[in-house]
Each structure stands twice: as structure tokens, then as C-alpha cells.
Design a binder for this molecule. Structure first.
Ligand code: GDP
Ligand code: IMO
Ligand code: MG
Length: 428
């Protein structure tokens, strides 16, 4: 029953899309289990370049099914638009399915996301503005509308009208915003129902059956462990569980079915949105790295904050997920530096910490303790075997492995599928 989870080890945008596209050729199915279209996963291969927000990243492989599981929050407009875009690019989407238990992102969720962020003022989280938090709030409050509900023509009008009435009280009363029109919302739901009906399935059964048949299933993480609602730098997190626990509840599978849990890490750090980032590089050095790496968000286009690799946070992430191995991406971005740094501890309030703290104010005060390693001037970009790596680049990887506590199974040296060094098979 081999499922393999591929999970962001940092603050998202580690290159999960690239890695999953690479691995999906050896699998039967790729499933998303959490988050929504706050995710932006980039896939580059011989078919073209793709920015995927909801569709699982194995979609370019003919015969590999794609499933959007119950733990995902779905904006039907985004999903339908993405499917149409893929079809225009010649990609077959005939094996793409959505869970009837997945919650729908309604227009009022997007409005509330903006109104809440405005109200937070200088304490804004810096959300992607896609309605993710408010949709998960309604799920937990048991006020949500699920994909399966859209298909129930008899009950839908009552459900949508009740939800809109409740939300309008919040929108107008709390935030002084403009109310949502219930008839318009209902009309949109009906249109979504007709267009989504052919792909709605009880996906937990589908995934369970695939696993019982011995098929290889990739569990596609979105976001990253440090954005986890429970384990991340709360409140500067997303509203779901990107880490391994989310994969189990977000799909309806059992832990015994998971054979490998792979953490994807960038060779340095990035973060988009607010919240602490101990190794953040400010000033010219940060600007230079951002420009060289073209670190701008896939979903919002925002400039990503950049910094050195944080081994304290990465080790914490490894422990939460039980990573059986890691993928190190974007090693090529560090080519040409005289030296490179790794954060091996934090200093705060006159003492040293070697663990990622729960207290976000404390994390804000943490100063990184760096270990400096010699850089490399020969290119790693596009290398396809470990033998092609300069000795100092390999030494950098080895030091990260030792500090994080698991081995690199893949090193990625460029955005394309073939710019990949396979060290140890992940799927077997
Ligand atoms: P994801 O959200 O984890 O899938 O990551 P994103 O797609 O948001 O951001 C990762 C970016 O890095 C994308 O532009 C990828 O095409 C690119 N990328 C992935 N791996 C590598 C790599 O090894 N080297 C370089 N230079 N770019 C990479
Ligand atoms: P992928 O899957 C990076 C961040 C947002 C914000 C916080 C909360 O591409 O790695 P939300 O809209 O989820 O309520 O925003 O989480 N965030 C991401 N950052 N990559 C992502 O996804 C992200 N998804 C959410 O920037 O700080
Ligand atoms: Mg991304």
C-alpha cells in the first residue's frame, strides 16, 4: 500500500511542484490533501511551463490520475479555469477528480479574507487573499458548503441563502462591508454544480482502493511545515495542516499506507507574507539574492523574503513529519558565492536555543548563529549527477543532511524536470 508524501519543509515554495512532476512518472496517482489555491506549484518539462494552484502536479503525465482530496478548499472558478488552461496547452485532464467532501470557497470567503486583513492593520498576516482562512473557519464552525452539496439541487438554495444571510451580518455589522447577493451566489453555485458534476467523486474510497491494489500514490503537500496551523509560526500561518497529519485526515487514508515522507527544502530560505524569519537577509545582500533567484510569488507575484538555510527550523520540520529523506532544491542559486552560511542555532534574551520555539514573539527576537562554509564558483546549474557537483557544494549538502538529520534523495539543480540529481530512489 505504498503512498509517498512530498511535503514542504520550510515556508512553502520549496519546489514541490517540480519534484512531484519529476516523481509522478513512477506513480499511478497524485493527490492534493490540504490548502487551496493559495498554493502555486511550478512545473517545467518538455510540455511547457505550468503554474498549478489546485490541480495536482502529476497532470502532465498521461495515465497518472489527479485527485483533489477532502482536506482541500476548492474555488470552483479557479479549478475550472485551470482545467481549461491545461486543456488549451494540450494536457489531458480526463483523470482529474474532486472530493465531494471538499469545502467550497464561496465569494464571501474571499471578501472576508480582505476585510479581516484590513482590520488587522500592521498585524496583517499577509494572506494570499484567496479566502482560505474564512473557508476553513466555516468548515470548523460547521457552516461550510461542500462540493457534494453543490450537486444536491433540492437543498442547495436553502443552504446558500442561510450561509449568505449569516455572512452578511458579519460583513456589514463587523466590517461595514457591502453585503453579498444571495441570488447571485446561488446562481454561481448552480453553474459550478453543472460544470463540476462529471469530476466529483468519493475520493477517499478511490485513494483507499488504489492503495489496496498496490498502486503508487503521491501525496502532494502544499504550503510548508512552518506555515502549519498547529506547528508553524502561529498566527503567521495558513489555516490548514500542510504537514503529514494533514495528509491522513485530508484524504481519509491510514498511516500504515505511507511508505515514505520526503521533505522538500530550498538550499536557502524564503518566506512570503508576515511573521518571523530568523535568517532573513535584509538590505543589498537580500535584494541581490532575490533578483538572482527571481523570488517572486507564483500566486500573488509578491516579492519573497530571502535568507540563509535555517537548520534549526528544518530539523524541527523533519521531526514533525518524520521525514525519511529530503529533496534539496535550487542549489544552483548559490553558485558563485565566496561563502555560504547555515543557521545552526538561535540566540535570544542572553541564551541559546536549539529548537524552533512556539512563542512567536520569542522567535521574532531570535538572532541566528551561523556556521560559515566555503562557497563554490563552478556551476551546479543543470547538473544531473552528484559527480558533477563541486566538492564545496557537496560538502554544503552533507552538512545540511547532518544538521537536519536525514539524507538528500534528490538534489535539484534547475527548474526543469531533467535538471535533477537522483541519489536514492524515493519511489520503489
Ligand atoms: P512550490 O510551491 O513548492 O511548488 O514552489 P514554487 O513553484 O512556488 O517555487 C519554486 C520555484 O523554483 C519555481 O519557479 C520553480 O520552477 C523553481 N525551481 C524548482 N527547483 C529549482 C531548482 O533546483 N533550481 C532553480 N533555479 N529553480 C528551481
Ligand atoms: P505553496 O504550496 C508560500 C502564506 C501566505 C501567508 C500565509 C497565510 O506554493 O508552497 P493564506 O492565504 O494561506 O491564508 O496565507 O501563508 N502561504 C504561502 N506561502 N507558498 C504557499 O504555497 C503559500 N500558501 C500560503 O503568504 O503568509
Ligand atoms: Mg509555490
Amino acid at each position: 500500500m505504498p503512498a509517498y508524501a512530498v511535503i514542504g519543509g520550510q515556508w512553502g515554495d520549496e519546489g514541490k511542484g517540480k519534484v512531484i512532476d519529476y516523481l509522478a512518472g513512477q506513480s499511478d496517482c497524485v493527490v492534493r490533501y490540504a490548502g487551496g489555491n493559495n498554493a502555486g506549484h511550478t512545473v517545467v518539462n518538455e510540455r511547457g511551463e505550468f503554474q498549478l494552484h489546485l490541480v495536482p502536479s502529476g497532470i502532465c503525465w498521461p495515465g497518472v490520475a489527479g485527485i483533489i482530496g477532502n482536506g482541500v478548499v476548492v474555488n470552483p472558478d479557479v479549478l475550472l479555469g485551470e482545467i481549461a488552461g491545461l486543456q488549451r496547452q494540450g494536457i489531458d485532464t480526463g483523470q482529474l477528480f474532486v472530493s465531494d467532501r471538499a469545502h467550497v470557497i464561496m465569494p464571501y470567503h474571499i471578501l472576508l479574507d480582505h476585510l479581516q486583513e484590513q482590520a488587522r492593520g500592521s498585524g496583517a498576516i499577509g494572506t494570499t487573499g484567496q479566502g482560505i482562512g474564512p473557508a476553513y473557519v466555516d468548515k470548523a464552525a460547521r457552516d461550510g458548503i461542500r462540493v457534494g452539496d453543490l450537486l444536491d439541487a433540492k437543498h442547495l438554495p436553502e443552504q446558500v441563502r442561510a450561509a449568505v444571510a449569516l455572512k452578511n451580518r458579519v460583513i456589514t455589522g463587523l466590517f461595514d462591508g457591502d453585503p453579498i447577493d444571495a441570488d447571485q451566489a446561488l446562481a454561481r453555485c448552480r453553474e459550478w454544480a453543472e460544470r463540476l458534476r462529471p469530476v466529483v467523486r468519493p475520493t477517499e474510497q478511490m485513494v483507499q482502493d488504489l492503495l489496496e491494489q498496490g498502486k503508487r500514490v503521491i501525496l502532494e503537500g502544499a504550503q510548508g511545515t512552518l506555515l502549519d496551523l498547529d506547528h508553524g509560526s502561529y498566527p503567521y500561518v495558513t489555516s490548514s495542516s500542510p504537514s503529514i497529519g494533514g495528509a491522513i485526515t485530508g484524504l481519509g487514508i491510514n498511516p500504515q499506507s505511507i511508505k515514505g515522507v520526503v521533505g522538500v527544502f530550498k538550499a536557502y530560505s524564503t518566506r512570503v507574507g508576515g511573521g518571523p524569519m530568523p535568517t532573513e537577509m535584509l538590505g543589498q545582500a537580500g535584494d541581490d539574492l532575490r533578483e538572482k533567484a527571481r523570488e517572486y510569488g507564483t500566486t500573488t507575484g509578491r516579492a519573497r523574503r530571502v535568507g540563509w538555510f535555517d537548520a534549526v527550523a528544518a530539523r524541527y520540520s523533519r521531526q514533525i513529519n518524520g521525514f525519511t529523506g529530503m529533496v534539496l532544491t535550487r542549489l544552483d542559486i548559490l553558485d558563485g558565492m565566496d561563502d555560504v552560511k547555515i543557521c545552526v542555532g538561535y540566540r535570544a534574551d542572553g541564551g541559546e536555543l536549539n529548537r524552533f520555539p512556539a512563542n512567536t514573539a520569542l522567535l521574532e527576537r531570535c538572532e541566528p548563529v551561523y556556521e560559515k562554509l566555503a562557497g563554490w564558483h563552478e556551476p551546479t546549474a543543470s547538473a544531473t549527477s552528484a559527480a558533477q557537483l563541486p566538492a564545496n557544494a557537496l560538502a554544503y549538502v552533507r552538512r545540511i543532511e547532518a544538521l537536519v538529520g536525514c539524507n538528500a534523495q534528490i538534489i535539484s539543480t534547475g527548474p526543469s524536470r531533467n535538471e535533477t540529481i537522483a541519489i536514492n530512489p524515493i519511489i520503489n
